[in-house]
Design a protein around this ligand. Structure first.
Ligand SMILES: NC(=O)c1ccc[n+]([C@@H]2O[C@H](COP(=O)([O-])OP(=O)(O)OC[C@H]3O[C@@H](n4cnc5c(N)ncnc54)[C@H](OP(=O)(O)O)[C@@H]3O)[C@@H](O)[C@H]2O)c1
Length: 279
């Protein structure tokens, strides 16, 4: 494969380790963000989901693309389908970062994007990661600072995944055609409840962190109080329903299939990020 790889969200949670993994493989990249700044040794390019005039310059010279929708967006099909179309029109291979479990129902917006990609005729790989271990450093960090993780997860368990494993899975999917035309459900090695995860964080940072199972309404109130827009807060609350039902507890071999290595545990994630979790 001679062309460049377009990486969307290149300065974000998954994009940052993905750019590193692709640099390590010697790949040429266009690291996309609205700011368009270079990332690591990769060339930067300006790309904005809200501005389709940025698509053609971003896809110029590209034969593969990592497509993800940045967090905070609820207009899933509206924002992603035009990008899938732009890639398919150029026969660019798409590795699409979807969401664990969306194949349960073809009406789910992320599943609709997967179906459009499958039908587009362009080569593709779908990656469906489970809840990120990294959310403890991003979304749940303010709560951890106050000694509690308050989410509407009930007693449900999730096989949390380290974004380094998503990035390495993505790098594998982008750099070989062996996995084309397939979907992979990416999980960590073990399902944990939020109480169990809170205990791991608490032990590592040396201060109490309790899990509090809250209602959707309380959760939305906490998020909007912290400045999260109401529609995204409501979206986040809605995706805890599958957690309470136990549907996010499955453990799959898919990271190892893609990377040749078992995925990292929450303990490993927390050990490697203790300074950030304490800060
Ligand atoms: N968190 C989880 O537990 C979880 C689990 C499964 C799946 N997912 C899925 O993963 C995706 C999010 O991945 P992520 O957390 O890696 O993303 P992220 O960190 O939120 O993405 C931020 C990146 O996107 C860029 N960006 C922001 N707004 C943009 C726009 N309008 N146009 C173009 N680029 C923009 C940012 O740079 P600029 O600000 O400079 O533009 C930055 O590079 C979502 O689809 C989510 O549903 C998340």
């Amino acid at each position: 494969m001679a062309g460049k790889i377009l990486v969307l969200g290149a300065t974000g949670t998954v994009g940052t380790p993905l750019v590193k993994a692709l640099v390590a493989k010697g790949e040429k990249m266009k690291a996309a963000s609205r700011a368009g700044k270079p990332v690591e040794s990769a060339e930067g390019v300006a790309f904005d989901f809200a501005d389709p005039s940025t698509f053609a310059p971003a896809f110029d010279g590209v034969d593969r693309a990592y497509v993800l929708l940045p967090g905070g967006n609820v207009a899933i099909t509206e924002l992603l389908l035009p990008v899938i179309e732009a890639a398919a029109a150029r026969k660019v291979k798409v590795v699409f970062q979807s969401v664990f479990g969306v194949d349960a129902d073809d009406g789910i917006p992320y599943r609709q994007v997967e179906i459009a990609l499958e039908k587009s005729g362009t080569p593709y790989v779908v990656l469906r990661p489970n809840w990120f271990s990294d959310n403890f450093r991003t979304y749940w960090k303010a709560g951890i600072d106050h000694g509690r993780i308050a989410v509407p997860a009930g007693e449900g368990k999730s096989s949390f995944i380290d974004v380094r494993d998503i990035a390495e899975s993505a790098a594998a999917a982008l750099t070989t055609s062996r996995f084309d035309g397939k979907a992979f459900n990416l999980t960590g090695p073990q399902a944990l409840s939020y109480a169990e995860a809170a205990k791991i964080v608490s032990d590592a940072i040396g201060k109490p962190v309790a899990y509090e199972a809250v209602s959707d309404e309380t959760f939305i109130g906490i998020l909007t109080g912290a400045g999260v827009p109401n529609d995204y807060a409501a979206f986040l609350a809605s995706i805890f329903y599958p957690v309470r039902e136990g549907w996010t507890s499955a453990v799959t071999p898919d990271v190892e299939t893609l990377t040749g290595k078992p995925p990292r545990s929450v303990e490993t994630y927390v050990r490697d990020n203790t300074a950030a979790l304490k800060a």
